[in-house]
Write a protein that binds this ligand. Structure first.
Ligand code: S3P
Length: 416
């Protein structure tokens, strides 16, 4: 995919549905009693993996435009092999969901997903009584029928996927389950399950769940702040952008902290509620950028945005340091390595560290050929980097954007 340099980029964008919320709307309604309409859904490959798993288990679905009509299935078909594709969220949440429904299945994934760690979910699920096998910590993951008992659990890594899997299992466990997380992660699971009638409470950093069954709830999915981030950063680097209908759930808005620290000129307009989540239009204007410091405590609220934040750092006046970001190594690619490669290929002065990067910004960014490493967020961050560069360039392996943002390149080139 060829990307033209354009330092005067002005555009207005309708942001596609939130990936995390679409996954949850599909998975939870798929196991609930009744019918739901999921509008503004993200129909990227990852969410379609969740949908096809639920259909295989017995849920019925129809897609019309960006709306999914879903009829849940209370008694799952046992013994299926479920393909989770590239989607970590599908595989990890399914582990908890199947355990909670006492349903046996085998979860498989593509080459990238089969390298990602699954014991972080399997191990705490076993503490609830689940019977789960991984292959040396990886997929294929086998879930067996078992009875679960609630108890107190600590999450060892700050991960909404792990927390959500445990919550889903706890819905089918006898008694009370308490899940403590040191750093708060995205809370879409807690919000949606409460709306669906689950007995779930949040006290500070602890989620308390009791055995519950769910009723279907229609969901209006807000735009994904992680997808909007590419256009917001373009505005800060090149001109002005307005990203419309962006979910601004406080557990997801770390990028605004970054904007504040770097001196980005942005405004939130038309703030409103949609489907139990706060939403706004985000206007970002070209700004003089200060270097950035980010640490471990910042990560949960912006983890998927780190590659595009690193692009912002490449244009800041001075040295930016991103640390405490080891989790990047176990994303769709090793994002410490692939983000550094992306920056380096375009001529940015970057040093990869074991837990992040040092980026010496403010120098000329030439442009060039960037490899996506089949990672959607690297492909899109690379496209932003090349748009803001001197010469532009090309993205190799650009088709992976379909994982989370089908139509990304068309939208990028439809600038006004
Ligand atoms: C997600 C949680 C995050 C994030 C991923 C989506 C979710 O992963 O990176 O893209 O929907 O719960 P971790 O839970 O591994 O941090």
């Amino acid at each position: 995919m060829k990307i033209k340099a354009n330092r005067e980029y002005i555009g207005e964008f309708q942001i596609p549905g939130d990936k995390s919320i679409t996954h949850r709307a599909i998975l939870f309604n798929g196991m609930a009693e009744g019918k739901a309409e999921i509008s503004g859904a993200l129909l990227g490959e990852d969410c379609l993996s969740s949908l096809s798993c639920m259909q295989k288990l017995g849920a019925k679905a129809e897609i019309s435009g960006d709306t999914i009509l879903l009829e849940g299935c209370k008694k799952f078909r046992s013994g299926q092999t479920l393909d989770c594709g590239n989607s970590g969220t599908t595989m990890r949440l399914m582990m908890g969901l199947l355990a909670g429904k006492h349903c046996a299945a085998v979860l498989t994934g593509d080459a990238s997903l089969s390298k990602r760690p699954m014991e972080r979910v399997a191990e705490p699920l076993r503490k609830l009584g689940a019977k789960i096998d991984t292959v040396e910590g990886h997929a294929p993951v086998s879930v067996f029928e078992s009875d679960l008992t609630g108890r107190e659990l600590d999450t060892a890594v700050a991960s909404a996927q792990v927390k959500s899997a445990l919550i889903l299992a706890a819905l089918g466990a006898e008694g009370e389950t308490r899940i403590y997380e040191k750093l708060k992660t995205r809370d879409h699971t807690e919000r949606l399950l409460r709306a669906m009638g689950a007995d779930i409470k949040v006290e500070d950093n602890t989620v308390i769940i009791r055995k519950s069954s769910l009723h279907a709830v229609s969901v209006e999915v807000p735009g994904d702040i992680s997808s909007a981030a590419y256009f917001m950063v373009l505005g800060a680097l090149c001109g002005e952008t307005l990203s419309k209908n962006v979910g601004i759930n406080p557990t997801r808005t770390g990028i605004f902290t970054v904007f504040d620290r770097m001196g980005v000129n942005y405004t939130l307009e038309n703030i409103r509620e949609s489907g139990g989540e706060p939403v706004a239009d985000v206007r970002v204007k070209k700004s003089r950028l200060k270097p950035l410091r980010l640490g471990a405590e910042d990560m949960p609220s912006l983890i998927d945005e780190v590659p595009v934040i690193s692009v912002l750092c490449a244009f800041a006046d001075g040295e930016s340091v991103i640390s405490g970001a080891e989790e990047l190594k176990v994303k769709e690619s090793d994002r410490i390595k692939t983000t550094a490669e992306m920056l380096c290929s375009a001529g940015v002065d970057v040093q990869a560290k074991s837990d992040g990067f040092i980026i010496r910004g403010g120098k000329k960014v030439r442009g060039g050929k960037i490899c996506s490493y089949a990672d959607h967020r690297i492909a899109m961050s690379g496209a932003v980097l090349l748009t803001a560069s001197e010469q532009g360039g090309e993205i190799e392996g650009a088709e992976c954007v379909n994982i989370s943002f089908p139509g990304f390149f068309e939208l990028l080139s439809r600038e006004k």
